[in-house]
Structures are given as structure tokens and as C-alpha cells.
Design a protein around this ligand. Structure first.
Ligand SMILES: Cc1cc2nc3c(=O)[nH]c(=O)nc-3n(C[C@H](O)[C@H](O)[C@H](O)COP(=O)(O)O)c2cc1C
Length: 408
């Protein structure tokens, strides 16, 4: 009998909860403090409604297959969606290599986190369309070593994430996962009951001849260095947030496409573009950083207007289905990044689970276009959308956005 694909995020989340040891599942839920932003990001999409027009004048305007292909930073993609960078530890032994394969199967790219578990060279071999995501940790020499390695391994772009300021690990109302600083006999004994509670999860690792080791090879500061997650996380929290001068310096060191992730205001997005960013990512880290930040979708139109076509506008936060992608595209995004969608897909079903999530997104985007009477995703626009009065905000002026508030 043919395998039944995982058909929704909710289903992936249920499977993940059943299959992952409790502390790992809770780490994947992620979020910070009360989890307000994490919860409200996806909820905000429910407040955005469509105003469809179904039928058009000619068959050419309403073909059976709607246009989803696009190009971003020189990469040909089958849809305006990429796998976003996330350091998700101990889900599966194949980890980001499986995600890279899934992204390649789906004709798209993968953002690889500096907190990922698989070395960039292995991910590059699985999917040439990969981007290296950097956190500002350590010295400039350390950073140079990492980006030169990424260049050599063929990264198609460098993403620098600025919004990792909140010390997310250790302040969660639902409890923070215990993370051993290194794997030794003591931690193996401590975590053994957790591992044994999900024997199939453990068996996958043992079949691969390994135990989850929590190293972050893409944050190494030299050959042979294999730092532990906890060590690099502590370093991140003790390194000052980069200044705009640091970001400019980083841009000068990297001769390929440059992406600045974690921006929330048009004014900061323009600053990144002036420094030479080819794309900016409107994001609040999926609620995994400064809790109570308003949903990123509510500021997307304002930031997109500020950027005004000078760079690509990428978006993430709360995407749980293809229709959410369509809404973000209608509100000014060029590319939409997936976060928890692929993380829970991986936890629920490995490479196949991530492929299911990518197919689900493609399908939902396609049917949104059909329902709205658009030939191409490029036809999506603000006219398709309605939302409650005052929903869309401009953080630079703290005002409502004029044109979008009228159609409520
Ligand atoms: C478990 C987890 C780990 C993450 N790790 C990173 C990371 O290493 N680098 C980064 O730039 N963003 C990271 N993010 C943020 C995601 O790239 C993205 O901004 C966020 O997940 C989008 O929100 P969504 O999950 O609601 O789609 C992480 C998010 C989660 C949930």
C-alpha cells in the first residue's frame, strides 16, 4: 500500500510528539518567555482574509498549472519558498543532510544554521543550493575562518542573523530543555531514561553507529575544532550584538550574495541595503528571541515598501501552510522561509516528512492562486487581502498602514 503523506503541520506536530523524547520535542517547540510571539505569529495569518476573483477573461489567464518558479540570488527555484536556517539538535541522525535532500527534491534551497549538526560540506554534497547562516560569535578572525570555509564549500549566499539577543534557552514558562555541555558518561547516564522512552528514535541513531552528540561543526573556529552546542550558545550570549559597522565589515569580507536576517523595521532594512545586502529577512526569529514582538506578518508590507525593490524581501514567522505563503507574497515578500514546518516534518518523518511539508506548501500555494484567479504567484498583491482595522503596522512611525486598513 502506498505511504500516506503527512498532510498538515498539525499532523507533523502530533507525529513528532509521539516519536521524539520529551525534552527534544520541547526544544523544538522553542519560543521564549510566555511564548506570545511564537503563538501569535501563526495566529495572525488567521486574521488575514482573501477577497477572491475566480474567473478571468481568457484560458491563458487561468491555466491548469499556475506559475510558481522563480529565481533568487542567482538560484533557480521551483517555488518562492526556501528552507530557513534552524539549529535543531538531536532530531534524527541524518539531520540537515536529509533536509537538504528534501529541499533538492522539491527544487529549492536550504539555509544552513551555524547551530546545525551536520558539517556544511556534507550538506553541500546533498544540495548545491545552500546558504550559510552565521551568528556573530567569537573574534573577527574566527568569523573569517567560518565564512571562508563556507565559500570554499560553495555556499550560494551568506546570511547573517542579527536577532539572536534574547537568551532564549532557560526562560520558558513551559520549561526549558536540559542541554548537556558535553557528552560524557555522566550525561549519557542522565539522559538514558529520556532516550529509552522513545526506543525507535534511539534505534535510528544506534543503527547509524552514533549517539546524539550535540556538536555544531559549522561554528568551528579552525580545522579539527568540534565545538558543543552549549559552548557556542554561551559564546553567542556573551558576544556583543554586531554594530552596523561590523555588518559592513562582514559584507566586505564576502564577495557573494549577502542576506541580513532578523530585521523588523523599514529603516533598518534600508540600512542593510545601503551596506550592500542583496536580501533582507523580515523576521522575529519565530518568537524564539524577544517575546512580545508583534507578528512579523503585520510589519511585512511596511518593510517591503521601505526597501522599495532595492533588494529582495524575504519573510518568515508563523508559516504553517501554502496559503500562508500566498499571503506573505501578496504582502510584499519575494521569498518565504520555512522554520518549524520543516523542523517538525523532519521530526515526524525524516527526509520524507520534510518533502511532505514542502509538497503541502506547494500545493496550498497553487490552490490559493486558483482560488484567487491568478496565473502566477507574481500576480498576488495587497488587493487580494483584507484584515482588521489597524492590523498592519509601520514600526518606523508606529502608524497604521493607509492603503491596507481601508478594505476592512
Ligand atoms: C528550534 C529553532 C531553531 C532555530 N535556529 C535558528 C538558527 O540557528 N539561526 C537562525 O537564523 N534562525 C533560527 N531559528 C529561527 C528560524 O530561522 C525562523 O526565523 C523561525 O523558525 C520562523 O518562524 P516559524 O518557525 O514560525 O516558521 C530557529 C527557530 C527554531 C524554532
Amino acid at each position: 500500500m502506498a505511504r500516506k503523506p503527512i498532510e498538515s503541520f498539525a499532523e507533523a506536530q502530533r507525529f513528532a510528539q509521539r516519536r521524539m523524547p520529551g525534552p527534544i520535542y520541547r526544544a523544538l517547540i522553542s519560543g521564549n518567555e510566555k511564548g506570545e510571539t511564537m503563538r501569535r505569529n501563526p495566529e495572525a495569518f488567521g486574521q488575514i482574509g482573501w477577497l477572491p476573483r475566480v474567473a478571468r477573461e481568457t484560458p491563458e489567464e487561468q491555466p491548469l498549472v499556475r506559475e510558481l518558479e522563480t529565481t533568487s540570488l542567482g538560484m533557480k527555484l521551483s517555488m518562492p519558498v526556501m528552507v530557513g536556517p534552524a539549529g535543531a539538535q538531536a532530531i534524527r541522525p541524518e539531520a540537515e543532510v536529509a533536509v537538504a535532500h528534501a529541499a533538492r527534491e522539491a527544487g529549492t534551497a536550504i539555509g544552513l544554521s551555524s547551530f546545525a549538526t551536520k558539517p556544511m560540506e556534507e550538506v553541500a554534497a546533498a544540495n548545491p543550493n545552500w546558504l550559510y547562516q552565521l551568528y556573530w560569535t567569537g573574534t573577527r578572525d574566527d568569523i573569517l575562518y567560518r565564512i571562508e570555509r563556507a565559500k570554499k564549500a560553495g555556499a550560494k549566499a551568506l546570511i547573517v542573523t542579527l536577532d539572536a539577543t534574547g537568551g532564549g534557552l532557560g526562560r520558558r514558562d513551559w520549561g526549558s530543555p536540559p542541554i548537556p555541555s558535553r557528552i560524557d558518561l555522566q550525561s549519557v547516564l542522565k539522559f538514558a531514561p529520556m532516550a529509552l522512552s522513545r526506543p525507535q528514535w534511539l534505534a535510528k541513531y544506534l543503527a547509524n553507529g552514533q549517539i546524539p552528540d550535540l556538536t555544531v561543526p559549522n561554528s568551528a573556529n579552525g580545522p579539527g575544532d568540534a565545538p558543543m552546542f552549549g559552548q557556542v550558545y554561551a559564546e553567542l550570549m556573551s558576544t556583543p550584538v554586531p554594530t552596523w559597522n561590523d555588518v559592513r565589515w562582514l559584507r566586505e569580507q564576502w564577495d557573494g550574495p549577502f542576506v541580513v536576517k532578523g530585521l523588523y523595521r523599514g529603516e533598518e532594512a534600508k540600512r542593510a541595503v545601503d551596506i550592500g545586502a542583496d536580501a533582507i529577512v523580515v523576521s522575529n526569529h519565530g518568537g524564539n528571541n524577544l517575546d512580545s514582538t508583534y507578528p512579523s506578518i503585520r510589519v511585512l508590507p511596511a518593510v517591503a515598501r521601505a526597501v522599495n525593490g532595492q533588494a529582495e524581501v524575504w519573510f518568515d514567522g508563523g508559516i504553517r501552510r501554502g496559503m500562508d505563503v500566498a499571503k506573505a507574497l501578496a504582502l510584499g515578500a519575494d521569498i518565504v522561509l520555512l522554520g518549524r514546518l520543516w523542523i517538525f516534518g523532519l521530526a515526524a518523518g525524516g527526509q520524507q516528512g520534510v518533502e511532505d511539508m514542502l509538497n503541502m506548501v506547494r500545493d496550498g500555494l497553487h490552490w490559493s492562486l486558483v482560488g484567487l484567479g491568478h496565473r502566477s504567484f507574481k500576480d498576488l498583491n495587497e488587493d487580494d487581502i483584507t484584515a482588521p482595522d489597524g492590523f498592519f503596522l509601520d514600526p518606523d512611525t508606529k502608524s497604521r498602514l493607509e492603503s491596507l486598513e481601508l478594505r476592512t
